[in-house]
Write a protein that binds this ligand. Structure first.
Ligand code: PLP
Length: 375
């Protein structure tokens, strides 16, 4: 039986390779491999396999932490936003997770919960679950301000917790913006200078651009999946990072049109000359960006060998289930020819740039109707 031909192949060996690149760039420092958002759309299961050499994984949802344990992940797990209610702590404990604590509310839930536990449960928690106190060093999203940081640290310490330290940069990919990495780093160092515990600050952009912030544990996400935090594909290619996903489909129809004919909803493309238009089984309901304009690249390959191919431009509006591409320059292309929407042949950053977005959004937006094929 032949099904609708779109699929996302997850390149597990490339994900592993990208982790080894991070390790090399950071002098083998421990890493939290960030696997939130279903491993940036790649699926938790292949990500766990690919990142088995990582000291820990970091994610948001306790349900996903439970799934990771069920799939056999015995390494550390960090809950990046901590708990969302006091009762979450029962699962944090049962699953032996580390957790971020970023505000007074979470702190008081913890103090309340701990006071109700038996000495045995208390001892298990304190032994297995570290607190990662989060400092708001200028991004103003999550975290304690410097003025409250020391006191929060003391409270956890007095309860017998292992306390580590974490902050997040607003502009690690862009040195022209304020607050700079340098200023946030200084605030982080100052807030943590008299306390013990591990420190973690570097996301992908800081791993790449700010060596001095690698600290005790790095937190790479997007670079593990082979895309650039700044959207500049060349930055990724010269580090030797490789695509984590090939999103591929096929040509399912071809239209021969005349100069002056129009294509698709809203007739927003008008042919200047006689053209061959390929219809491809991929649309916004698959996660392809609807706002990708005329000219967004699609890789069109030869039957049987997709690598032997070339770029063709999108013409006409992206619809729910289809896109249309001008293949006038590719006479060999025919119904059934393989195409790549993004992946090893066509960097996701290039598609994202045309669509005025970032690789992150494209990966995370892959729709559940697209089958994942784990390679
Ligand atoms: C998502 C996230 C990261 C990873 O960021 P990338 O830009 O994908 O490397 C690191 N730390 C925290 C707290 C995050 O939420």
């Amino acid at each position: 039986m032949k099904h609708r031909p779109i699929r996302a192949s997850i390149l597990t060996h490339n994900l592993s390779h990208n982790l080894s690149v991070v390790k090399k760039m950071t002098n083998d420092r421990p890493t939290w491999a960030i696997v939130k958002a279903n491993a940036y759309g790649h699926g938790l299961e292949p990500a766990l396999k690919a990142f088995s050499q990582s000291e820990g994984i970091a994610l948001l949802d306790i349900g996903h932490a439970a799934l990771a344990r069920k799939l056999g992940w015995s390494g550390k797990i960090l809950l990046l936003e901590g708990i969302f209610s006091e009762s979450d702590l029962n699962e944090v404990n049962a699953l032996s997770c580390d957790m971020v604590v970023h505000d007074e509310q979470q702190l008081s839930w913890f103090v309340g919960w701990l006071s109700q536990q038996t000495p045995t449960i208390k001892a298990v928690f304190l032994k297995q679950c570290a607190i990662w106190l989060k400092l708001n060093s200028g991004m103003n999203r999550l975290g304690f301000k410097s003025a409250q940081y020391g006191l929060s640290y003391e409270i956890f310490k007095n309860l017998g917790c292992t306390v580590n330290h974490l902050t997040h940069f607003a502009n690690a990919d862009d040195s022209s913006k304020s607050p700079s990495v340098g200023s946030q780093w200084e605030i982080f160092m100052k807030a943590t200078q008299y306390v013990d515990g591990l420190k973690s600050a570097a996301n992908s952009a800081a791993v790449i651009n700010h060596t001095q912030t690698h600290a005790d544990m790095t937190r790479p996400g997007i670079m593990l999946y082979g895309a650039s935090p700044s959207g500049v594909y060349q930055d990724i290619a010269h580090l030797g990072l490789k695509a984590g996903m090939n999103l591929r489909s096929e040509i399912i129809a071809i239209q021969e049109i005349q100069a002056g004919d129009r294509v698709g909803y809203g007739s927003q493309f008008e042919a200047m000359k006689n053209s061959r238009i390929a219809v491809i089984a991929c649309g916004y309901a698959d996660g392809y960006p609807r706002h990708a304009p005329n000219g967004t690249p699609v890789w069109v390959g030869k039957q049987g060998n997709i690598a032997d191919g070339q770029i063709a431009p999108i013409v006409g509006r992206v619809s729910m289930d289809m896109i249309t591409v001008d293949i006038s320059a590719i006479p060999d292309a025919q119904i059934g020819s393989p195409v790549e929407l993004w992946g090893e042949l066509l960097p996701i950053d290039e598609v994202a740039t045309h669509a005025n977005t970032v690789g992150y959004e494209l990966m995370c937006g892959l729709a559940s109707r697209v089958d994942l094929e784990i390679l």
